[in-house]
Design a protein around this ligand. Structure first.
Ligand code: PPY
Length: 303
């Protein structure tokens, strides 16, 4: 079994993937780093179903949805002609605490630092604290936090630092400031395990179950007064609790959106499932297509 993640070794995705591999996937699992989320998902979707999975971040408590990932998953899930569900989907999600650290060569002086390298997510999670502690540093994006640490380790300048995990500092032999850099305490990222929908995952021994979620994307919501309200009213009428609602541009013109929503389906009995089915059918008769991106358990890493 292969599990693709955003590399190189030492990314937050690597930590989440190691956890997911141990707790959720059939053994043995080979962890394989790739340079971008697009590469990670493409490698998974190009594999014969059952041989490979991907572990990618989908949402952060400070920065919100990781749109690059949702867009790629949506593309894969809508590849099949509707209404047949796609082969691929989200199989599980794990919410993981995230700490970001300033990582540097021993002896770097904060006021002399002019460049800070990291993944855009990490730079955004630390924007304010970074400005306070490294007032002269210009943020520069690279493909991942561990890649940032690797690049700082590969040169001799003390004017460049990286934002990354403690583990990345250890892997690449650099020092770090032990006071975390993220702007809000309680920074967490939700990672999704993506694979063939028919795959059966293990019951995790060390993760806490928090919810069962159906992630849906609504396409073709009528552009008229009350169009979105009445689509949402269908869920309310079926007593279904929405836990996330976001709009995203389709890309072809201004003002043309799809809507992503998460529905809590924990504890739904047969009746609840059939009301979800009838919501989907009802929306279809009004011209709104509902694409399922997965129905999956959400866990929290307590450690
Ligand atoms: O660059 C990484 O380490 C990643 O795995 C992406 C990321 C960055 C920041 C928070 C969560 C995931």
């Amino acid at each position: 079994m292969r599990l693709y993640y955003l590399g190189p070794e030492g990314t937050h995705s690597h930590e989440a993937s190691a956890l997911a591999a141990k707790q959720l996937l059939p053994q043995p699992v080979e962890l394989l780093p790739l340079p971008t989320f697009t590469d990670v998902l493409a490698a998974c979707f190009a594999s014969p179903p059952g041989e490979a999975f991907a572990c990618v971040p989908i949402e952060n408590s400070i920065q919100g949805s990781v749109w690059q990932v949702w867009d790629e998953v949506m593309r894969a899930c809508s590849a099949e002609p509707s209404p047949s569900p796609s082969v691929w989907g989200i199989l599980a999600a794990v919410t993981q605490p995230i700490h970001q650290f300033a990582v540097f060569r021993q002896g770097a002086d904060p006021h002399q630092v002019t460049t800070v390298l990291s993944h855009p997510q990490a730079l955004a999670q630390c924007a304010h604290t970074l400005k306070e502690r490294y007032p002269n540093a210009l943020p520069t994006t690279v493909s991942s936090t561990a890649e940032a640490v690797r690049q700082v380790a590969a040169q001799t300048s003390k004017s460049m630092i990286a934002i990354g995990s403690r583990r990345a500092a250890e892997v690449y032999g650099l020092a770090y400031d032990p006071v975390p850099l993220e702007d809000h305490q309680g920074n967490v990222t939700r990672f999704a395990v993506i694979g063939p929908r028919e795959a059966r995952l293990s019951q995790p021994a060390d993760l806490v179950f928090t919810d069962e979620t159906a992630s849906l994307c609504l396409r073709g919501v009528p552009h008229r007064p009350g169009g979105l309200v009445s689509a949402l009213q269908s869920f309310a009428g079926a007593n279904l609790n929405l836990t996330r609602l976001e709009s995203r541009p389709v890309g072809d013109k201004l003002g043309h959106y799809v809507y992503y929503l998460d529905v809590s389906v924990a504890g739904l009995q047969d009746e609840g499932w059939s009301s979800l089915q009838s919501v989907v059918q009802d929306l279809a008769t009004h011209g709104t297509e509902v694409i399922s991106l997965g129905v999956y358990p959400v866990f929290r890493n307590p450690g």
